[in-house]
Design a protein around this ligand. Structure first.
Ligand code: AVJ
Length: 318
């Protein structure tokens, strides 16, 4: 596994993405690309743009919950923790909690190594005294935190409902790995998107402006660069919709004509209308979210939500 951390002495590697995994998905009978490949440097920026869209409610709704209940949440989570931010991206969500949580140490983990390292460098300027480090790794796999990460009172911070990218069973396995890394004095502060009206979800994942479409199609640019593929991006169409039977939003890319795509490690024919599955985003009912955390080995202590009950922030103890 690729692990790289920004310290004074060690340089970050450009990416924690594995081209072999990309290749395997493209060769599967029903082609898929893991959503982690959405986050190259441009993809991370496009995701930031998604968060600004009127249709994309999760970021705003979660921020409003932290805004309204921040003091309460910080009291539950405790001050002086080792704050480990999973999928830190631009680090903005964690930084907003610094005044309340006053972490002893901040560790920003993201698969998009370059993006998170740049974000952390900027954050250092604003908090010169704080112990921080960036870490480029794929935490969806088994992972080891670098030796510099304190092991007392670890608080994993996993906002934005990224847990929705895992199937419920994968989510439980992932949570158990976190539980194993946080000791008995640790915890988890997590954002989970809740089940809601299909029309709201459809709009959130297929916005009017086409930013989500660009975000999804950008995965092919990333594949072209990472695996030397020759996807013609113009002939792939975005789909993003809620699948109520599966309780999840799905993103796909649909071939608009027959074509052969080649890359290092393989080639494949796609017929017109054939799709590549690029993301699932599971939505939970509050009770099921708590159940998930408990199956993952945590004790779900408290849940905060917004007046429309669209999103939940949960603090769980080890
Ligand atoms: C970052 C995984 C939480 O599922 O809502 C946004 C990614 N995909 N629009 C989500 C995403 C399409 C996002 N997560």
């Amino acid at each position: 596994m690729l692990t790289s951390c920004t310290t004074e002495t060690r340089q970050a590697t450009p990416s924690a993405h594995d081209p072999a995994e990309l290749s395997a998905g493209l060769l599967a009978r029903e082609a898929w690309i893991s959503p982690k490949f959405l986050y190259d440097a441009l993809g991370s920026r496009l995701f930031e743009a998604i968060c600004e869209l009127p249709e994309y409610y999760p970021t705003r709704t979660e921020a409003a919950i932290f805004e309204r209940h921040g003091a309460d949440i910080a009291r539950a989570a405790g001050a002086g923790v080792t704050l480990i931010d999973l999928g830190a991206g631009n680090c903005a969500k964690a930084a907003a909690l610094f005044p309340l949580l006053r972490p002893r140490q901040y560790v920003a983990v993201d698969i998009s190594t370059e993006f998170v390292s740049d974000a952390l460098e900027r954050l250092r300027l604003r908090h010169p005294g704080m112990d921080m480090q960036a870490c480029g790794l794929d935490f969806s796999q088994r992972f080891d935190l670098p030796p510099g990460v304190r092991d007392e009172r670890r608080l994993f911070f996993y906002p934005g409902s990224s847990i929705g990218n895992f199937s419920p069973d994968e989510a439980v396995a992932f949570l158990r790995r976190l539980r194993g890394q946080c000791g008995d004095d640790g915890g988890l502060l997590i954002g989970i998107d809740l089940d809601k009206d299909k029309a709201v979800l459809d709009a959130a994942y297929d916005d009017e402006l086409g930013v989500t479409a660009a975000f999804n199609r950008n995965v092919l640019r990333h594949a072209n660069r990472l695996a030397g593929a020759d996807f013609d991006i113009r002939c792939w169409r975005h789909h993003g919709f809620f699948n109520p039977d599966e309780g999840r939003v799905e993103m796909h890319l649909e071939a608009e004509r027959d074509q052969v795509v080649r890359w290092r490690g393989g080639a494949r024919e796609f017929v017109r209308g054939e799709r590549i599955h690029t993301e699932n985003s599971y939505k939970y009912r509050p009770a099921d979210a708590i159940d998930l955390l408990e199956r993952g080995g945590f004790e779900a202590a408290r849940i905060w939500t917004d007046p429309r009950r669209w999103f939940a922030v949960i603090h769980a103890q080890a």
